[in-house]
Write a protein that binds this ligand. Structure first.
Ligand SMILES: CC(C)(COP(=O)(O)OP(=O)(O)OC[C@H]1O[C@@H](n2cnc3c(N)ncnc32)[C@H](O)[C@@H]1OP(=O)(O)O)[C@@H](O)C(=O)NCCC(=O)NCCS
Length: 167
């Protein structure tokens, strides 16, 4: 498996994974009927750095890295991850997460923030904790889960230098 910068040529595969993920209406705020153009802008819009994991010549998953805020909040990174349903549980999400943290450090971000981790997304919450993120905030009933109704979403955060910081 290798992780490399995504190109426009990867979009067909990215779109297939994106559609499969948002179809569940259980992990991202995107509606299942999000358009191809909106998805393209999400992965390839201005200032977006996207990477794909390629396994045996197939795109298995992807992530994007952006500043979490403009200007005075731009030293904190934000990222989004999706692994194709057929590729889960093989360490790809973790490899993407570690790659993303290294990439963010390389680009001198100070911290990384995930703004909207669905509380019922136990796999993702466990993965981000494993990679050093903490839940720093709970957004009560902020996610409209298709099966569970309105449930909490988490803000998760970590510094990138590995040092423990007092808050
Ligand atoms: C979350 C996601 C990226 C994980 O990718 P993955 O390739 O399946 O995960 P990995 O195989 O790398 O698992 C790494 C770690 O994540 C955690 N994890 C992943 N899936 C899990 C699950 N179903 N249940 C519990 N823990 C899980 C575990 O800590 C695991 O480490 P371990 O194997 O030592 O227990 C993937 O499930 C996905 O794309 N989901 C849909 C989109 C999404 O939720 N994105 C994240 C939004 S915040």
């Amino acid at each position: 498996m290798r992780i490399r910068r995504a190109t426009d040529d990867d979009f067909a595969a990215i779109w297939a994974i994106f559609r499969a993920v948002v179809a569940g209406a259980d992990t991202y705020a995107f509606s299942p009927d999000t358009s191809r153009d909106d998805a393209f802008a999400y992965w390839f819009g201005p200032g977006v750095l996207s990477f794909v994991a390629e396994k045996d010549g197939e795109i298995a998953g992807m992530y994007k890295l952006i500043p979490n805020q403009r200007d005075l909040g731009a030293h904190v990174a934000n990222a989004s991850f999706m692994v194709g349903p057929g590729f889960r549980g093989q360490g790809i999400g973790e490899a993407l997460g570690r790659h993303c943290l290294a990439e963010a450090r390389k680009r001198s971000f100070k911290a990384m923030q995930f703004n909207f981790v669905v509380s019922a997304n136990t796999g993702a919450v466990a993965l981000w904790k494993k990679l050093g993120f903490e839940i720093v905030g709970v957004l009560p009933e902020a996610f409209r889960h298709r099966a569970l109704g309105d449930i909490d979403a988490y803000v998760m955060y970590r510094f990138l230098d590995g040092a423990a910081r007092a808050r």
